[in-house]
Design a protein around this ligand. Structure first.
Ligand code: MN
Length: 352
């Protein structure tokens, strides 16, 4: 990771000191990195007397992350839109974590753009919307927003590089988010990621507890759904593109929730022939798409060109809209197959 600009750190330190009413915003369908970074920063700011700090999530975090956010001052904007709007308009400072552009918060985007608050971004996705922020900490050579936030917090004068000066819950939440975004150290691991893990372990973070809560608390229906999805719904398209499609009816039949499908998209990458894995599922009339690729193929490019999305080179997300992209849900599989074929054709073209 490039070193963090000392002027940006001074500016952030000044902002943390002069503002008293903070709102932290994370992306829609919040994952462990979004919730973890949100919790960690909230705890850090709240540890200073006189500071108010709320975390706003555009929609509810999955129940699988209850162990992080339950009992904390989180506001689900989809359940309390008026309260969220008032907080965003009325706070002194807005700190956006784990997303690169306001549109990643969907309905909150116009409120964030219109807010007179001072705005800070701390994020690790490609192409950050720098102009929308007074201060922008953006780096893609880190595992996670949690890792970048960790480095930023460590650099603040009040922490002075001493990890033990971070509140214990911040350390725990940062380790959790980094663990989920690296898929438990399977991808996006940099030298700094392992340094962070080492320092946090040294500072007393209980990693066994994190692993237990993240990976050893599944309900049986999750395994049943995974068995069916991998056994009967996995298709290997030409060129080594794995595709899994899950309808809303299937999700309902197994009684699983969105958070429980976390990690499924990575599994087909274990096949030697697979170069990219796509997991698509229907949700409230939209098809949500997760993409993971092996080095040499860009999930980000496919997501940006065909699925209105993006993210990281090897891990991205997007959507297929009805009726803009396909006339009905039943067209999703063919749309994905056609997108993959065109993408591979262009990849293999003479200009690349
Ligand atoms: Mn992230």
């Amino acid at each position: 990771m490039r070193s963090i600009d000392a002027n940006d750190i001074s500016a952030l330190a000044g902002l943390l000191q002069s503002c008293s009413d903070f709102v932290i915003v994370i992306h829609t369908h919040p994952d462990g990195d979004a919730v973890g970074s949100g919790c960690a920063l909230q705890e850090f700011i709240a540890s200073v007397p006189g500071k108010k700090v709320r975390v706003i999530t555009p929609d509810a975090p999955p129940f699988t992350l209850d162990f992080l956010c339950e009992g904390r001052d989180f506001l689900d904007a989809s359940a309390k839109p008026a309260e969220a709007a008032a907080l965003i308009a009325g706070c002194d400072a807005l700190i956006c974590l784990d997303f690169n552009a306001f549109r990643r918060t969907e309905g909150l985007a116009p409120l964030l753009a219109a807010s007179p608050a001072r705005k800070v971004l701390i994020d690790h996705h490609l192409n950050p919307e720098r102009d929308a922020f007074e201060l922008c900490f953006s780096c893609t050579e880190v595992s996670s927003a949690c890792e970048l936030l960790y480095e930023v917090l460590k650099a603040l004068p009040q922490v002075g590089g001493d990890v033990c000066k971070l509140p214990p819950f911040s350390r725990y939440a940062l380790m959790t988010g980094m663990t989920t975004d690296t898929n438990n150290f399977a991808n996006s691991v940099y030298p700094g990621t392992l340094r962070m893990a080492g320092e946090l372990l040294q500072a007393g973070v209980d990693r066994d507890d994190i692993l237990d809560r993240l990976y050893r608390q599944d309900r049986p229906q999750k395994l049943h759904a995974f068995a069916d999805l991998l056994g009967s719904h996995l298709e290997i398209l030409p060129g080594g593109i794995a595709c899994i499609y899950m309808s809303e009816a299937m999700k309902a039949a197994y009684g699983i929730s969105e958070g429980e499908t976390e990690g499924l998209v990575n599994i087909p990458l274990s096949l030697a022939e697979v170069r990219m894995s796509i997991f698509a599922r229907e949700e409230n009339g939209v098809i949500r798409v997760s993409l993971r690729s092996k080095p040499g193929l860009s999930a980000n490019e496919l997501a940006a060109r065909f699925f209105h999305g993006g993210g990281h080179t090897l891990a991205s997300g997007g959507k297929i809209f009805i009726p803009d992209d396909i006339s009905s849900e039943s067209g999703a599989r063919d749309y994905i197959a056609a997108a993959a074929a065109r993408f591979l054709q262009d990849e293999g073209g003479p200009e690349k």
